[in-house]
Ligand binder design. Sequence first.
Ligand SMILES: Nc1nc2c(ncn2[C@@H]2O[C@H](COP(=O)(O)OP(=O)(O)OP(=O)(O)O)[C@@H](O)[C@H]2O)c(=O)[nH]1
Length: 403
Amino acid sequence: MSSPTPRYPLHRLTGQFLEPTREASYRHEIAPRVRLESSLALCVAALVFGMFSISDYHYLEPSLALTLLLAMRLVVTLSCLVLALVIGRLGDYNRRLWLHALPLWILATGIILIVLLRPDPESLSTQVTSLLVAITAFYLLIPNLLPVVTIASLYLSVGFLTAAVLVADIPVVVTLRITLLIVMANVVGFFALLRLERLQRTQFALLEEERVQNRQLVEEIARRKSLEAQLRMVAERDELTGLDSRRHFMARAEALLKRARHEKAPFSLFMIDVDHFKAINDTWGHGQGDRVLAALAETCRRSLRPQDVIGRFGGEEFIVALPDTHPRDALMVAERLQQRISDLEVMEAMPGHRLTVTIGIAGFRDENADLDALIQQADQALYAGKHAGRNRVVVSQEVRDEA
Ligand SMILES: Nc1nc2c(ncn2[C@@H]2O[C@H](COP(=O)(O)OP(=O)(O)OP(=O)(O)O)[C@@H](O)[C@H]2O)c(=O)[nH]1
């Protein structure tokens, strides 16, 4: 049975993404952390390397070898500290990989030089221990640079072993034992770091995937919201005039009337109907008829207050709810509106025709008045106006009775 292909294939030996763009974005993401970690690890390594001067001083007589050893430690320590500083500031892991490799090579060379400068077999066991610690530290303290670390560690291992065999004059069995230890440290370090590299990249890939999904989700939510807004717009607005649709008007007017009942505030309602609108359509075409309706709606919007709710009730019939308006005042408002409609510019395209409207007004009378009843009263007033010859404002019988 073949194993499924991994979604983010990684290199078997380096643990890096096979896909260059993904590897680049991973490196870009971790670059600041690598810079900080490398800089700190290097400071610690430099200080530990320098502090071994104390044991050199303790074990070696004052001699040229001691002076050279101390001088070498000083040079290595200072170089590493300077490089730690440089890496901390400029050590872009993507562009200046060599900057991260350089201190490893300096430290490795320093450790190899110790064997050459302290060739006594008694200190060899301490040096082997230090070497093993150094190899482990290379692999574990400097993650994300597996190829760099491996090459530096192999250089350190081979160099150390060669120096030990050449200078320290150790028996073959001891050499073999040291070789085995070094190989073991390298193998363990390599696989531990390889595993870490793979884990970190897999985690990164999953996180990336989650980010992409989140982004898609946010986009989808935005798309749906805009769709919802468009649908609401279509449901609430009349396309031709931009006024409230009949349904939306009813809902808004109902709320206004409820508030008026609760506050015992006046409330009026207009039914506006264009006179002889059929003749406009028949004479100048439906396009002109539409323009007249849109211009009329705009005039209503401009002439009335922002709190007045205007709706297209159907065809050439409009409806207006006027909160906090007594029918007596509504009459004046309606007459003013009627005047403005007759001055409409759109009429220039219809020479010889006078655009007029008939308006029926109903008013809020008692606490039990409902919207349908008010609409019916305004409609009856409108009908009476049409019957009486059109182009007039008629107040409903109920309001007149009350007065
Ligand atoms: N251009 C256009 N015409 C419409 C629209 N909606 C309804 N109409 C037309 O408006 C006309 C209304 O005619 P009628 O109900 O006879 O009313 P009228 O001609 O205004 O006569 P009165 O109201 O009695 O003065 C009909 O011809 C409808 O087709 C619309 O959105 N655009």
